[in-house]
Design a protein around this ligand. Structure first.
Ligand SMILES: [Zn+2]
Length: 267
């Protein structure tokens, strides 16, 4: 009898563990799905943030799953057209976003997206273009290259990518004096537009900081951005409410295909 109840307890624990990793019980949510990636490639040996490095072959599998399941990838240009009433949301819309603007995205994601005629968006840190992730401590995350101006121009010109701003120096806006936060927001947009020509209409909060701060959000709209995107997890219901920061879904190194599917359908 004791064995039976011990076995039952083990089964219950396993079922709970499975349900936490794979939230099959979440109600299906429809809307705009915005995926959040950082790196596509192999992490540096001593990286403490290995989770942000998605394997190229997994990224390709994720793209293939999206097209096999009739999701439509749009980018920020497409979203702005929809917001302006010049187009309608396609079936099951998805935006793939890459924060920070790493060179491995140019090397490993861009060719796959181009080949499959899919779209995505990049959010570079303006002062890091052509440099590296200087805001991180190299003891915990090795400095890795950020795309150069030429590489960014190439991926934007290809029509595969559109872009937004991720600030000047990747500082947490919630922890800055208001005038410095305002400068990060406004100046990054002005410099990016000056360099790349195309309108910069989207802002992504570094570390997700300030997304729930009315003052920060008023700086974002006053600077001329039309959309802000946070790091908060979730699917964005339609019709889209762009008065608030849009939610995203993080895709990590350990995200397997079942989790990927559940994240996209359940938020
Ligand atoms: Zn970032």
């Amino acid at each position: 009898m004791l064995y039976v109840s011990a076995a039952a307890a083990v089964l219950i624990i396993l079922a709970v563990m499975f349900s936490v990793r794979y939230p099959w019980w979440k109600k299906r949510k429809d809307g705009l799905v915005i995926l959040l990636y950082h790196h596509i490639g192999a992490p540096p040996a001593k990286s403490k943030y290995k989770r942000t490095w998605v394997k190229p072959k997994n990224f390709v599998r994720q793209l293939d799953w999206l097209s096999a399941n009739r999701y439509t990838l749009i980018n920020f240009d497409g979203l702005l057209k929809i917001m302006a009433g010049k187009a309608q949301f396609p079936q099951k819309p998805v935006i793939i976003t890459f924060d920070d603007g790493y060179k491995d995205v140019y090397q490993n994601a861009f060719p796959a997206l181009k080949e499959k005629k899919m779209k995505a968006a990049v959010l570079p840190v303006q002062e890091a273009v052509g440099k590296y992730n200087f805001w991180q401590d190299p003891e915990s995350e090795a400095w890795t290259d950020i795309m150069t101006e030429e590489q960014l121009k190439e991926i934007l010109k290809s029509g595969v990518f559109s872009y937004g701003s991720h600030g000047l120096t990747h500082k947490n806006l919630a922890k800055l004096p208001p005038e410095t936060a305002e400068y990060e927001i406004r100046e990054s947009r002005a410099r990016l537009e000056n360099t790349f020509g195309a309108p910069c209409a989207v802002f992504a909060y570094p570390y997700g900081g300030g997304a729930d701060d009315d003052k920060i959000n008023s700086f974002i709209s006053a600077a001329g951005y039309k959309i802000s995107i946070s790091s908060e997890q979730g699917v964005n219901p339609l019709p889209l409410n762009t008065a608030k920061p849009l939610k995203r879904i993080r895709i990590n190194r350990c995200t397997d295909m079942l989790q990927f599917k559940l994240k996209i359908t359940g938020g």
